[in-house]
Design a protein around this ligand. Structure first.
Ligand SMILES: [Zn+2]
Length: 672
């Protein structure tokens, strides 16, 4: 039996032959791919010839050709259309792939060749892109400890493995606390709650095996409960339980884990020769240093705090008008803010929905890409992995650029959320490889399928990531498309969301599903105005968490993280009635793994850039200004990771981003 994952794909655009790929093909294909990769790595490491860029770095770029192909198909299916067999394969592959990548970074002969090239880099006659790939390869090996020897090397391995155990424990403790706590509600307690909250509370009660409705600590239930419940006593109980996740004493308490994690991270940074863990983590980011992150966060903090304090005065007056004396508390904010929102922004989701049809929003995203970059989209009739998935050929001036797959509907086999992935990335090494890019969302199916405004924004967001892949124009796969710094990768996606707010785009595409009429201008204005509501609160709860995260990792590890958290909050003057978005014992972004440690700021960093980048279009004459679009493609969307992110941004904008456009976009520029 031939394995279709291991043969040449003679399908149109060399798409994976989904009609003949079966789950049974994945494990043998993965084994074969790993074996092929190992043989390729061995051949590079043991090559008797002196290292050259071609026989070492380029050979390394090509070593995993089969693995990339098999994993590209498998992980797309595992995320968007899973089943028991695929889940089993995921569990089976995870340790094998992690062992494989450690084998490569621990291969001393291989690293010696890379290091030799790095030392001689100025004499190799490399292009800018080649120099960049050599730098990133060398840096990646060094950061994983390839240059360490003896005791230091062993200790680093111990530290890493202990950190991964602690990360899992942290997550499991948090899940246990979230699972174990619930608050039963009587029928009288439901008064004042909207239907969807009541339904969610009843469903949660059934799940917990209770006779009646309950409130749980799931964000999707507790947040609307805090928004809508007029019962201050119940809000207080629920809020306090929510804020105490991970700090209830006993076996699931995360405070000791947080302290150990911070100490081990600091040790890891020291072993690798960095001043602090933040310095180590930020080296690969656009921000670069802890100081740059702090400057950004503080520039946003002060105006956000001023806005939140002004809002707190209004909400406190509402509390007192309800006959309650004393201070506004954290369990009051969402409730009074929701009341104020309903009074000031009369925006009804049901009134909006008929204007956002899925197919029209896909057309809108395509239309903007056509006007900005000259792209055209033609539906493709090819076998895909699920009947709901659709494919288009993307061309420019008749030339093939990419295949775009949209898989928009929620289903049980799909994980939650929305994402963009490349089944195949663009590169030129080893032939002109054109990308296959997938956008996956979880929209409720309907006929016609109507989206909320947030859904439509998600569609544009993921399409912005897709453009970053489809317009990529680099030689080396390791720097293709979205292979950029974490705090830079959301720029194209968040930037693209801005075109959904352009009135002429909404007028053309947001048409009523039954009458076909354009959205009335007044409704559009109300929609856009509502976007900045309560931004003082949202910015404060987020920035406080980001600053605590940064302080934890900048300098020596704190012996008592809870005390360190309290010190940071006191220093910045945290408003009394606002809690951190994530406090330390349940700050999974920072403690469940390494991903966002000293990186929680990056959401805001990206938002600063997307606001500033869109302002470039406005300053140049409009959202479709051709020169600005050309620069965006040349310096950002086609450039992948071929240069440092700050150099790319500066080439596009003529300067580094400033926070003014973000403050304006969040409505914080008028704050005292
Ligand atoms: Zn994104």
């Amino acid at each position: 039996m031939t394995n279709p994952l291991l043969t040449d794909w003679t399908t149109p655009f060399a798409l994976p032959p989904f009609d003949v790929i079966e789950d049974a093909h994945f494990a043998p294909a993965m084994e074969a791919a790993l074996e092929e990769g190992r043989a390729a790595i061995r051949a590079i490491a043991e090559n008797p010839e002196a290292p050259t860029f071609s026989n070492t770095i380029e050979a390394l770029e090509l070593a995993d050709a089969t693995l990339d192909r098999v994993a590209g198909v498998f992980y797309n299916l595992a995320g968007s259309d899973s089943n028991e067999a695929r889940q089993g394969l995921q569990r089976e592959f995870a340790p094998k792939l992690s062992a494989y990548s450690s084998e490569i970074t621990n291969n001393a002969a291989l690293f010696a060749r890379i290091d030799d090239l790095w030392q001689r880099r100025d004499d190799l006659g490399l292009s800018d892109e080649q120099m960049r790939v050599l730098y990133l390869t060398h840096r990646g090996f060094t950061r994983s400890g390839a240059a360490l020897e003896g005791i230091a090397r062993d200790r680093l391995t111990e530290v890493k493995s202990r950190l991964s155990v602690l990360g899992t424990e942290f997550t499991q403790n948090l899940l246990a606390d979230e699972r174990d706590w619930f608050m039963p509600l009587t029928e009288a307690d439901l008064e004042g709650l909207p239907g969807f909250v009541v339904a969610a509370a009843r469903e949660a009660g059934r799940e917990k095996g209770q006779d009646g409705p309950v409130v749980t600590l799931s964000r999707s239930l507790i947040v609307p409960f805090l928004q809508f419940s007029p019962r201050r006593d119940l809000r207080e109980t629920a809020y306090k339980a929510w804020a105490a996740r991970g700090m209830n004493g006993g076996e699931t308490d995360n405070r000791g884990i947080a302290a150990e994690v911070l100490a081990l991270r600091a040790e890891r940074a020291t072993l690798l020769g960095y001043d602090s863990f933040a310095a180590y983590k930020l080296e690969t980011e656009m921000a670069g240093t802890p100081e740059a992150v702090r400057d950004l966060l503080m520039a946003v903090w002060e105006p956000a705090k001023a806005q939140a304090e002004a809002d707190a005065v209004k909400l406190t007056a509402m509390l007192h008008a309800d006959g309650i004396n004393g201070a506004l508390e954290a369990w009051d904010w969402r409730y009074y803010s929701e009341k104020r929102r309903a009074a000031e922004h009369d925006l009804n989701e049901a009134e909006l929905k008929p204007y956002f049809q899925l197919d029209a929003m896909i057309e809108a995203a395509f239309d903007c890409a056509g006007r900005l970059f000259g792209l055209e989209f033609a539906p493709l009739d090819v076998p895909l992995y699920h009947p709901d998935a659709r494919a288009w050929e993307v061309t420019r001036k008749g030339q093939h650029l990419a295949v775009f797959i949209g898989d928009y509907f929620a289903r049980g086999s799909k994980r939650s959320g929305a994402w963009c992935s490349a089944m195949r990335s663009q590169k030129k090494l080893g032939g002109d490889v054109r990308p296959i890019v997938v956008n996956v969302c979880n929209f409720a199916k309907g006929d016609p399928c109507l989206l909320s405004y947030d859904d439509a924004r998600t569609l544009f967001h993921e399409f912005g990531h897709a453009l970053h892949q489809m317009l990529s124009d680099v030689t080396y796969g390791s720097i293709s498309g979205t292979s950029v710094a974490r705090d830079f990768v959301e720029l194209p996606s968040q930037l693209y969301e801005h075109w959904l707010e352009v009135p002429e785009v909404l007028e053309a595409h947001a048409r009523h599903a039954e009458t076909g009429e354009a959205m009335p201008r007044a409704l559009l204005d109300r929609l856009l105005a509502a976007q900045t509501y309560d931004m003082g609160f949202q910015t404060v709860e987020y920035v406080a968490s980001a600053l605590v995260d940064l302080d934890f990792h900048d300098g020596a590890a704190p012996a008592d993280p809870m005390e360190a958290q309290a010190e940071t909050l006191a220093r910045i003057g945290m408003p009394h009635a606002i809690g951190m978005r994530h406090a330390t014992p349940h700050f999974a972004h920072v403690f469940a793994g390494d991903g966002y440690s000293s990186g929680y700021y990056s959401y805001m960093w990206s938002e600063v850039m997307d606001a500033d980048a869109f302002a470039a279009f406005e300053e140049a004459g409009g959202p479709f200004d051709p020169d600005t679009a050309a620069k965006l493609e040349r310096f950002i969307l086609s450039a992948g990771g071929s240069q440092e992110a700050d150099a790319l941004y500066t080439a596009f904008r003529g300067r580094m981003p400033g926070v003014e456009a973000l403050l304006k976009g969040r409505g914080l520029d008028k704050a005292a």
